[in-house]
Design a protein around this ligand. Structure first.
Ligand SMILES: Cc1ncc(COP(=O)(O)O)c(C=O)c1O
Length: 395
């Protein structure tokens, strides 16, 4: 069988590491990248589905419009305005089947084979893989505690010039590092990018999972040149199984996205969209988010406390202000993949940092998810990990 060349770009098995870790019942898993399933509001979801079937069953079980259910887009628009000061009209918002579809369509819209796409280094594996499937040349831009490094960005923009067709960034509680860009770095980034006619794909998947009241404004808020395409999702604040997310873009760009969305799947699930809209109209997603971020903060604190007390002092991390992850840095000569091999034998899993580097060239970090395990399991798993890490670092 002859396959298209793009499949070769995905053939590197190390990229799939994240999804290949055996998750048996007795495993203490710090690998996941999603909310805890025990927080899914099952009764409210059930009620919403029943009401949707009763009130508009025929429409809910038909094809929906390509841009998405209007009432849902309206609510999303109001939430974005209220929470982040973003002003999108209804025709600047479409519903996607997960924000992963928004990433994929963005690759389709802007990237031809061999075009350069700039990425944070490390970055979200799903975005890396999606852009690989479009045969992009991925150029990694360093990040520090404040966000993307502007010098490194300028160098890449200068070096690759017109070959750069897109930049993908995840400024809030990034997957995998949990870091958020500072206010100044956001402004500096937008100022730098304003000199280039390059679309900025802003992935705000974790933006609402803040442990603090104050949240930074999205890059889209500072966009004066219609450059930002903004992706959001209910996967992290509600549940990922519905596959309901959104993409916002200026009208002239949105016209192109609509063509792609229609070609990709005609429309997102009409019943899932209506269920989501019903929930948003009759329940409080904000209360739900407040509740889950309270749970996650407690779990994160437990994890951080054990790292502080029991891990070797040569292991570094930055305490995240939200999101789902803690990013641990081992001494430079150590390898997170080796640590994983050892911890799997003790039934504890996590994701080695290597998986998140587009070039797969850094090995001494690991990503720990804190949302999915109950406190007693976090304590047990982190104590085991502290023990294994101490042994490994002493060698
Ligand atoms: C940064 C980031 N963006 C997008 C996604 C995909 O989310 P969705 O479920 O909306 O497709 C994920 C999922 O892990 C993610 O971590």
């Amino acid at each position: 069988m002859k396959y298209a060349s793009r499949i070769e770009c995905l053939a590197d098995k190390s990229l799939l590491n994240a999804f290949e870790i055996p998750e048996t019942e007795d495993m203490i898993s710090f690998s996941a990248g999603f909310p805890s399933s025990e927080t899914y509001p099952l009764d409210a979801i059930k009620d919403s589905f029943i009401k949707v079937i009763e009130e508009s069953g025929k429409e809910a079980l038909s094809y929906g419009s390509t841009s998405g259910y209007a009432r849902l887009r309206e609510i999303i628009g109001s939430r974005l305005a209220e929470k982040f000061g973003l002003q999108y009209s209804l025709d600047e918002i479409i519903i996607t089947s997960g924000s992963q579809q928004g990433l994929d369509m963005s690759g389709m819209l802007f990237v031809n084979k061999g075009d350069v796409v700039l990425f944070e280094n490390p970055s979200y594996l799903g975005a890396v893989n999606s852009l690989r499937a479009h045969e992009a040349k991925l150029i990694a831009i360093d990040i520090d505690d404040e966000g993307i490094c502007i010098d490194s960005l300028r160098n890449a923009l200068e070096k690759y010039g017109e070959r750069v067709k897109m930049i993908y960034v995840n400024p809030d509680f990034q997957n995998p590092t949990g870091r958020s860009w500072s206010h100044n770095r956001r402004l500096e980034f937008m100022e730098t990018m304003s000199h280039y006619d390059i679309p900025i794909l802003e992935d705000a998947a974790y933006a609402e999972l803040s442990f603090e009241k104050k949240v930074e404004k999205p890059l889209a808020f500072y966009d004066k040149h219609d450059q930002v395409i903004y992706l959001g999702t209910f996967s992290k604040t509600f549940c990922p199984g519905l596959r309901v997310a959104w993409l916002c873009a200026p009208k002239h760009i949105m016209e192109k996205y609509l063509l792609l969305k229609n070609a990709a799947d005609l429309s997102s699930s009409a019943i899932a969209q209506r269920q989501m809209a019903y929930y948003l109209d009759h329940y409080s997603l904000d209360n739900h988010i407040e509740w889950i971020t309270g749970i996650y903060k407690k779990r994160k604190d437990i994890m951080a406390k054990i790292i502080d007390k029991k891990f070797p002092k040569t292991v570094c991390y930055k305490n995240p202000g939200g999101g789902l992850f803690i990013w641990l840095e081992l001494p430079a000569e150590k390898d997170g993949r080796e640590l994983l091999k050892r911890s799997l034998k003790r039934k504890v899993s996590f994701i080695p940092g290597t998986s998140f580097y587009p070039a797969g060239d850094r090995h001494n970090e690991i990503r720990l998810n804190f949302s999915n395990m109950k406190p007693e399991k976090i304590i047990e798993g982190m104590n085991i990990l502290a023990e294994i890490t101490s042994e490994y670092l002493e060698e």
